[in-house]
Design a protein around this ligand. Structure first.
Ligand code: NZQ
Ligand code: ZN
Length: 386
C-alpha cells in the first residue's frame, strides 16, 4: 500500500429533513448568499420554496440555469455576481453540474484574471468562498470532493479544476430528494458511481487490500439497489444506499494506498465536450468496451477478482471468469436502460481521431493509467462502441 494523506473537511448532514440545519449553518459565513441551481427541477419539486422559507433572514442572489455539463460562461456570470455583491457563501442546490460550477465560481470570485486560467493552472487557486450543497442527484461525489469539471464551449475542452480549497464546507444529502429523478438520471448517476469505483479499483498497486474490499462493497451496493431505484423511485432504502455510495465512491476513500491516472473518464469527457451527452451515458457505453480491450495476461487476475468478488462468478479458467464479469457489467447497464452504442447518443465516427488525441493530451491515460492507452487504442475503443 502506498503512503497517503486523507483529509476531507466536508460536514455531511445525511437523512430525511437534514435541510433544517441550513440557516444555522449558513449563518456561520454571513448573510449574503449566492443560490446556484439548474434548469428548474428544484422549482417543480418544491425545494426552491423550502430554501427560501428557511433562509427568510438572508439576502439571496440567484444564479439559475446551470447546464448539465456546466459551461464556463455560467461560471463567469456567477463570479461577477460574487464580486459585485460581496457574496459570503455559495449555496448550490442540485447535482454535480451545479456543485462544479459553484466550486469554480468560489475561486473565480477571488481571482482578477479569466476564470479559465484557474482550470489551466491550479496553482492560481489561492482563495475560495465557502460552499454549501443541497444534493438532488447522486452520481458525481462532488458534494464531498475537491474537483469540478467545467466545459469551455469555445475550445471544446471539458477539464477538471481541483484544489483543497474547493471542498464544500457543508453537504446536505436527503435521499427523499432523489424520488423525483427521471429514470434516465437515476441510471446515468448509477453508472457514474460504478465508473468512479472501477477507475480506482483498476489502478496499479495490489497491496491495498482494504481499499479494494471497500470498493467491492460500493459496487455491490450499486448493482443491488440501482434496479430497485429504477422500479420504485420512492424506495428509501435504495435511494439512501445509492446516495451514500456515490459520496464514498469519490471522496478519495477508495483511492487511498493506490495511485495512477484514470482511463474511461478522460475519454468520456471528450464525448461530452464535443457532443454534450450525459456523462453517465458515455461511461456506460465505454466501460464494457474498455474492459474487453484491456483484458490480457497483465490484467486478467484483477478482472477475475472483480468477477468473483463482485458478481460471485466462480470457475477454473480465469479468462472465462473475467469475461463473464465483463458481460455481467454490460448486462447491468442494459438492465438500467442505458445506451450501449455511440450511435444511440447521436455520435458518429467523424471526431474519433480528434477526441482520442485530446484525451491523450489532457490526461495521464497514455502514461499513468492501469493499462496505458495511446491515441490509436482509444480510436479502436470508439470503433468497438459504434
Ligand atoms: O437542471 P435541473 O432542472 O435541476 O435538472 C437536472 C439535470 O437536468 C436533473 N435533476 C437533478 N436532480 C433532480 C433532477 N431532476 C428531477 N429531480 C431531481 N431531484 O438531472 C439532470 C442532471 O443533473 P447534473 O447535475 O448535470 O447531474 P450529475 O450530478 O450527474 O452531474 C454531471 C456533471 O458532473 C461532472 C460530469 O462530467 C458532468 O459535467 N462530474 C463531476 C465530478 C466531480 N466534481 O467530482 C466527477 C464526475 O466524474 C463527473 O465528471
Ligand atoms: Zn464521473
Amino acid at each position: 500500500m502506498n503512503n497517503f494523506k486523507f483529509c476531507v473537511p466536508t460536514d455531511i448532514r445525511f437523512g430525511k429533513d437534514a435541510i433544517e440545519c441550513l440557516p444555522e449553518e449558513l449563518e456561520k459565513y454571513g448573510k449574503k448568499v449566492l443560490l446556484v441551481y439548474g434548469g428548474g427541477s428544484i422549482k417543480k419539486t418544491g425545494l426552491y420554496d423550502k430554501v427560501y422559507s428557511l433562509l427568510k433572514d438572508f439576502e439571496i442572489y440567484e444564479l439559475p440555469g446551470i447546464e448539465p455539463n456546466p459551461k464556463l460562461t455560467s461560471v463567469e456570470k456567477g463570479a461577477q455576481i460574487c464580486k459585485k455583491e460581496n457574496i459570503d457563501v455559495i449555496l448550490s442546490v442540485g447535482g454535480g453540474s451545479c456543485i462544479d460550477a459553484s466550486k469554480h465560481i468560489a475561486c473565480a470570485a477571488y481571482y482578477d484574471g479569466e476564470p479559465w486560467d484557474l482550470v489551466l493552472d491550479r496553482s492560481k487557486v489561492e482563495k475560495a468562498l465557502p460552499i454549501a450543497v443541497v444534493l438532488t442527484i447522486c452520481a458525481t461525489g462532488s458534494e464531498m470532493n475537491s474537483g469540478a469539471v467545467i466545459s469551455n464551449e469555445a475550445t471544446h475542452e471539458k477539464l477538471e479544476i481541483n484544489s483543497p480549497l474547493l471542498y464544500p464546507a457543508l453537504s446536505i444529502c436527503d435521499p427523499t430528494y432523489l424520488y423525483t429523478l427521471p429514470k434516465r438520471q437515476t441510471a446515468a448517476g448509477t453508472a457514474d458511481i460504478i465508473s468512479h469505483v472501477l477507475e480506482q479499483y483498476f489502478q496499479p498497486n495490489d497491496g491495498a487490500f482494504v481499499t479494494d474490499r471497500l470498493s467491492e462493497g460500493i459496487l455491490k451496493t450499486c448493482f443491488k439497489y440501482g434496479p430497485v431505484a429504477m422500479k420504485e423511485s420512492d424506495n428509501y432504502e435504495a435511494r439512501s444506499n445509492l446516495m451514500w455510495a456515490s459520496t464514498v465512491a469519490l471522496n478519495h476513500l477508495l483511492t487511498v494506498g493506490k495511485g495512477g491516472a484514470w482511463t474511461v473518464h478522460p475519454i468520456e469527457h471528450e464525448l461530452s465536450a464535443f457532443y454534450d451527452i450525459t456523462h453517465g451515458d458515455g461511461l456506460a457505453i465505454l466501460t464494457p468496451a474498455w474492459m474487453e480491450y484491456v483484458l490480457c495476461d497483465k490484467t486478467v487476475d484483477r478482472f477475475a477478482m472483480y468477477a468473483e468478488n463482485v458478481w460471485d462468478i466462480a470457475g477454473d479458467d480465469k479468462y472465462e471468469v473475467a469475461k463473464k464479469g465483463i458481460q455481467a457489467t454490460a448486462d447491468f447497464f442494459k438492465e438500467m436502460e442505458l445506451p450501449a452504442t455511440l450511435r444511440e447518443v447521436g455520435i458518429d465516427s467523424d471526431k474519433f481521431e480528434e477526441m482520442a488525441e485530446e484525451a491523450v493530451r489532457t490526461s495521464g491515460v497514455s502514461t499513468r493509467a492501469y493499462f496505458p492507452l495511446d491515441k490509436d487504442d482509444i480510436v479502436k475503443i470508439f470503433e468497438m462502441c459504434k
